[in-house]
Design a protein around this ligand. Structure first.
Ligand SMILES: Cc1ncc(COP(=O)(O)O)c(C=O)c1O
Length: 485
């Protein structure tokens, strides 16, 4: 068990042996210094972790010490909901940190969503990451990766994106004064309008390639390698360090009590990987006494994780997963030219780069995986919206997944469940408007083609003649109707 310092003050510099990078493959376990930016193991090509020597680092002895930092709002290290937890991700010297005030997010109970999912009132909580400056959880990871980029002297930063990573990257480049230049790769027609608008408006060089996210990611890795550009995708382990803090804020929102379940959508599997690491480290540090269960939810049109784990039994296996399973699956995708396809465009990913780290998180958190249809996603999204916190389709996969697990009896009504709402409703107005539209053609064009057949929770606009009596009659009918459940 590591020793705890009584102070919460950040160290003024980080010694090389206090934080370093290590290959996740237990057979390799190569290490390299924290100030290198290579994003895959130079020995074997596997993923890298950021590792700390907790025995020699000053970690507060109680989680509530982090909460106390809220009162020092003028200090950027305290007003950031990421860097408030500095001692739990101490890889960067404090004077290198790049922050735009990310992570000031909200954990809110929603009884309307609790009823929809089927758990007791008060037991369903929504962690609303749409409140971040760029409107999605990505800012948590981006502040960490940008701080690392500044540490290593990078200027040009790039990512492939289904939309939110590029939006966040563009915001960080334009909102800070460190000379960062944003280069983003997107697949053709694969990005929701709200997100594309952000990339363009914030001045990123936006390169649209023929293909989907998986193609764009392969290409940006090649380009970044060739040109020495800093890579901002979640294969970058520093991003995941920032994303750990979503879980710290969930615990903080619960008065430092551990929930029974954390349910998160799964795309490239950065969040699930980061959450597993966060809980593993907190347990190691003695700051929590148990780890919540993790549910990772795929969209049915992008269900690689679900297929590999549930149909093919792939596991972390203490650092040595049987990679022939995923290789055979990816070969099949190539052979049969299978492309990911879901209305939840943010998770329209067939080759999740963090697959192995996610398998590890599932082991740490006694996790489960499910896939949900676009119909379930859109219905859950409408229920979330009616409950007051708007989210984009991918985010609603968490609520749809919780409902599914409740129906299967895996989640109990008395369980306390936290669903992560990863991105804001305004990211993808097209999907939302189509669901609520009275125009069948619009519904069919956007959603019908995805297998969504009904809009059971639609709130359709009412067409009324421009006459006072007709308008008053309509409002009367609306006022007399029972409140929706
Ligand atoms: C809104 C939203 N939800 C979920 C995800 C998937 O997250 P992860 O790649 O961490 O699994 C993304 C990724 O782009 C996203 O933008």
């Amino acid at each position: 068990m590591p020793s705890h310092a009584s102070t919460t003050a950040a160290p003024t510099r980080v010694d090389a042996d206090l934080a370093y990078q290590r290959c996740i493959n237990s057979r390799c376990a190569a290490t390299l210094p924290v100030d290198r930016a290579v994003f895959s193991c130079p020995e074997c090509g596997d993923l890298l972790d950021v590792v700390y020597d907790w025995d020699r680092l000053p970690v507060p002895s109680r989680l509530s010490d982090f909460e106390a930092k809220w009162s020092r709002r003028l200090d950027p290290l305290c007003s950031s909901g990421v860097w408030r937890f500095y001692e739990l991700l101490p890889f960067a010297p404090p004077d290198r940190i790049v922050t735009i005030g990310e992570g000031q997010t909200l954990l809110r109970p929603s009884d309307r969503v609790a009823r929809y999912v089927g758990v007791d009132n008060g037991n369903l909580l929504l962690q609303y990451e749409g409140m971040n400056p760029s409107g999605s959880f990505k800012d948590n990871g981006m502040t960490a990766a940008f701080s690392h980029a500044r540490m290593v002297g990078a200027r040009r930063v790039a990512c492939a994106s289904t939309g939110n990573t590029s939006a966040s990257l563009a915001v960080f480049c334009s909102a800070t004064e460190f000379g960062f230049k944003a280069i983003i790769f997107i697949g053709s027609g694969k990005i929701a309008y709200g997100k594309l608008a952000q990339a363009l408006d914030h001045g990123a060089l936006t390169i649209q390639i023929v293909g989907d996210f998986d193609d764009a990611l392969m290409r940006v890795r090649e380009v970044a390698d060739r040109l020495g550009i800093y890579l901002m995708n979640s294969v970058n382990p520093f991003r995941l360090e920032g994303q750990k803090t979503v879980m710290y804020r969930v615990l903080e929102g619960l008065g430092w009590e551990v929930p029974d379940w954390v349910v998160v959508p799964g795309g490239n599997l950065g969040n699930s990987s980061a959450f597993g690491k966060a809980f593993q480290e907190l347990k190691h540090l003695g700051l929590i006494d148990r780890i919540p269960r993790l549910a990772v939810i795929n969209a049915a049109g992008a269900q690689t994780l679900d297929l590999l784990v549930r149909s093919h039994g792939m596991t972390w296996n203490s650092g040595l997963p049987d990679e022939s399973i995923s290789r055979a699956y990816y070969d099949r995708l190539d052979r049969e030219q299978i492309r990911a396809s879901t209305i939840a465009s943010a998770i329209e990913i067939n080759r999740p780069v963090n697959l192995k780290k996610c398998l590890r998180a599932l082991e740490v958190c006694d996790g489960v995986v499910r896939q949900v249809s676009d119909q379930e996603i859109m219905d859950a999204k409408a229920r979330v919206g009616a409950g007051g916190l708007g989210c984009e389709p991918a985010s609603a996969a968490s609520v749809a997944g919780a409902k599914r697990l409740r129906e299967e009896g895996i989640i109990a009504p008395s369980d306390r469940v936290v669903c992560i709402l990863t991105g804001h409703q305004l990211k993808d107005p097209t999907a939302t408007v189509a669901y609520h539209s009275a125009d069948q053609d619009e519904f069919d064009r956007v959603l019908g083609s995805r297998g969504v057949k009904r809009a059971g929770f639609a709130n359709r606009p009412v067409v009324v003649p421009n006459e006072l009596d007709a308008i008053i009659r309509t409002i009367g009918l609306y006022s007399d109707a029972p409140a929706p459940g």
